[in-house]
Design a protein around this ligand. Structure first.
Ligand SMILES: *Cc1c(COP(=O)(O)O)cnc(C)c1O
Length: 398
């Protein structure tokens, strides 16, 4: 065959190169504190979601080793057949207690949690209401469900209310990031819940970036909004991932007992996937202890956030680069053009600083940015070094 579509791929890749959209992976090893060895070179990293600096903590490593000794390294099956270990069962109880909700279900990954639970909750004839800045896995889960999807402009509660009012679907599901992953801003949870209450809807909150960081003892965005314990609304289904602040891998969903039992029965990505290995559940129980008791990690992180914001606001005041209105560990610096964002990223890299540039389609056209992620593993001197480097690059770009 001379003319086949399989020959299109090299040209498609070239097009990615021309538009500065080709992504490349680095080979990365932890290198102490917030440093990473990147393709062999030690870099100060502002690019990972290990917000509390727990991913290399000796307690977690030891717990993982103990889990491996007790249960081996693989679970061997779906949780519904033979993959549900005592470590996984204990973790689910600990997670439910920690977030103050009746029951939790532990998944091997966050992405497949959302792509699985949304179709288990809503189907043809139902309606899903989705913030336009939601994470890709919420968007894909909604598409898989075959429900009608109403996208509302980011954080536009009036638009959401109109859409809810106009819908005649019996099952209405509102889906939202609790902390938006590329902007760092938080959803207005009390207002979302009030709308769900009024319109007989269920709220699915994805707290990938709030769990461990926000709320009392790091219990997350829902607890921060006062939804914790016996008074929690049954209209909320709380989802959080465990590969970010918790420092390990996986995710969980928590809420009303019958609702969680339904998800256990009907979520295809739960039923037809091999359970997370017990060693991860063991590490996660150790992580929950540190999240709850190491208050200093959150205090330190919040001091670093304030230091970065004050420093950049001051040093970039004559620049067109814009710091977003975020109070979380995600601090995006809006640059605008793809190539300029790439140039700044390269300039930082030359100085030994690793800050990822985020480009379309991950963010809207014209809003390419540096996504600065802070961690309790950073020191004040690390933050100052980043501020100085950005101030120098901003002067050079004018
Ligand atoms: C990272 C992330 C996920 C995916 O979780 P994984 O465990 O990495 O698969 C889901 N939702 C949001 C908002 C995220 O940032």
């Amino acid at each position: 065959m001379t003319n086949t579509w399989l020959d299109d791929f090299p040209a498609r890749l070239k097009k990615l190169d021309h538009t500065h959209l080709r992504r490349r992976r680095a080979v990365v090893t932890p290198d102490g504190g917030a440093r990473l060895k990147v393709d062999g070179r030690s870099m100060l990293a502002f690019c990972n979601n290990d917000y509390l600096g727990l991913s290399t903590h000796p307690d977690l490593v030891q717990a993982a080793c103990q889990g491996a000794k007790a249960f081996g390294v693989g679970s061997g099956g779906s949780p519904l057949v033979s993959g549900h270990s005592p470590a996984n069962a204990a973790l689910e109880l600990a997670l439910a207690e920690f977030v103050g909700l009746p029951r939790a279900l532990y998944f091997y990954a966050g992405f497949s949690t959302n792509t699985g639970i949304i179709p288990a909750l809503a189907g043809a004839g139902d309606a899903i209401f989705s913030d336009t800045l939601n994470h890709a896995c919420l968007i894909d889960g909604a598409r898989l469900s075959r429900a009608q999807i109403h996208r509302y402009a980011h954080a536009d509660l009036a638009a959401l209310e109109r859409a809810l009012t106009q819908s005649s679907a019996r099952c209405k599901l509102v889906i939202s990031d609790a902390v938006f992953s590329m902007d760092g801003d938080s959803a207005n949870i009390p207002a979302l819940l009030a709308l769900c209450e009024h319109h007989d809807a269920l709220l699915l909150l994805d707290d990938a970036h709030g769990f461990g960081v926000l709320g009392p003892q790091g219990r997350g965005s829902l607890a921060q909004a006062g939804q914790y314990g016996p008074n929690t609304s049954r209209r909320v289904l709380y989802m959080a991932t465990l590969g970010k602040a918790a420092g390990v891998a996986g995710a969980f969903v928590a809420g009303d007992d019958a609702l969680v039992e339904w998800l256990l029965q009907k979520t295809r990505s739960y039923i037809y996937a091999t359970a997370a290995p017990a060693l991860l559940a063991s590490a996660l129980r150790a992580s929950l202890q540190l999240i709850e008791h190491d208050e200093w990690r959150r205090t330190h992180l919040h001091n670093l956030i304030a230091r970065l914001r004050t420093g950049l606001t001051d040093r970039l005041k004559n620049s067109s680069w814009q710091l977003s209105e975020s109070q979380t560990a995600i601090q995006p610096l809006l640059i605008g053009r793809n190539d300029e964002a790439m140039t700044v990223m390269a300039g930082l890299r030359e100085r030994g600083l690793w800050v990822p540039a985020i480009r379309p389609p991950t963010v809207p056209e014209g809003t390419s940015r540096l996504r600065i992620a802070l961690s309790a593993a950073h020191s004040e001197a690390d933050i100052d070094q980043l501020i100085e480097a950005l101030a120098t690059l901003a002067r050079a770009s004018r």
